[in-house]
Design a protein around this ligand. Structure first.
Ligand SMILES: C[S@@+](CC[C@H](N)C(=O)[O-])C[C@H]1O[C@@H](n2cnc3c(N)ncnc32)[C@H](O)[C@@H]1O
Length: 312
């Protein structure tokens, strides 16, 4: 995984401070006390599906070492047990996770996916839609909210959607979900947002940080945010017409990515679409989905299963 805004982005060149470890490629041994790099990698894999390149392991170990010492804990085995046993959303695990997650995002980040949504996906969904029914769109791994707000802006700009939709934004990080809920961005975070959208969907506010831009209520009231771990909570309802999952699976180990992809596929309504980032996830096709043949877009559509499921 690539770690953003944290020491791991040094590319792992720094010397590791973890006692007695050899973290060269392929070598992730155990320490005398029984806890080694492999155990920590396994913990991240098991809890969140995340994987690390060998070059990133030293920084990950340094992060754990620093956090452990800051808590006054000196026994890595005890700290490993504490983190393994802590419930989902616990403070200690969340704090550690923040150090390895990459939250980079922007409005309308992968233009080709949004173009496909506007020109192919929404028209098809509107065609299928029972008159007046709400569409449900989910930004899975939404970081600070620019992606779900982009989806809501796009849907609001489409007259035929007629404002009848909900966007869900979810992320394992509570910190980014709080920022997303606030919906306020510094000018530099607006890159990628078409000027017409900026005028219509954002308003300028003066805050202690200077000039910021706040998402207008018409957009905010369309978007619901929640903090969930995609690997363990893929069964959250409702089912969706569109699932947008960009720049998330690239940090997952292949087997975790496959598991998540298949789980996301089951969260689609029949005829619904899964749009992934380019090069995202394993090469295989998720179960029950057919590929979307659009240049620059990695997308799938759930095949209809007449008689087995009904749209609400
Ligand atoms: C690089 S950001 C991508 C944001 C947005 N989708 C985009 O493409 O601009 C990846 C996000 O995925 C989230 N993430 C990573 N693993 C996750 C997991 N197991 N469950 C939920 N979110 C996760 C991270 O916290 C991070 O905010």
């Amino acid at each position: 995984m690539t770690m953003g805004g944290n020491p791991a982005n040094t590319g792992g060149a720094a010397r590791e401070s973890w006692p007695g470890q050899d973290v060269r490629a392929g070598a992730r041994p155990r320490t005398r006390d029984g806890i080694g790099p492999q155990d920590w990698c396994s913990l991240f894999l098991r809890r969140c599906g995340l994987t690390f390149r060998d070059a990133q392991v030293p920084a990950m170990l340094r992060l754990i070492d620093n956090q452990m010492r800051a808590r006054g804990i000196t026994d890595p085995a005890a700290y490993h047990t504490l983190l393994s046993d802590e419930r989902e959303g616990g403070i200690e695990w969340n704090e550690l996770l923040e150090g390895v997650l990459n939250h980079e995002t922007s409005f309308f980040r992968h233009a080709a996916s949004f173009d496909a949504l506007r020109s192919i996906v929404l028209p098809d969904l509107l065609n299928q839609r029972v008159r007046g029914a709400y569409l449900s769109l989910w930004s899975a791994g939404c970081s600070t909210g620019q992606e779900p707000y982009s989806l809501a802006m796009l849907a609001l700009a489409e007259e035929d959607v007629a404002g009848r939709f909900t966007v869900w934004g979810s992320d394992v990080s509570r910190r980014v979900i709080e920022i997303a809920r606030r919906g306020r961005y510094l000018p530099r975070a607006l890159a990628g947002l078409p000027p017409a959208y900026q005028q219509r969907f954002l308003r300028e506010v003066r805050t202690e940080r200077g000039v910021e831009f706040e998402v207008v209520d018409a957009v905010r009231e369309r978007v619901r945010f929640m903090s969930i771990n995609l690997l363990t909570a893929t069964d959250f309802s409702p089912r969706h017409d569109v699932i947008f999952c960009h720049n998330v699976l690239i940090y997952f180990a292949p087997e975790a990515a496959t598991r998540l992809l298949n789980a996301l596929a089951t969260r689609l309504r029949p005829g619904g679409y899964l749009l992934l980032g380019p090069g995202e996830g394993p090469g295989d096709q998720p179960l029950g989905l057919e590929p979307l043949h659009v240049p620059g877009v990695r997308g799938f559509r759930r095949t209809r299963q007449a008689g087995t499921e009904r749209r609400p």
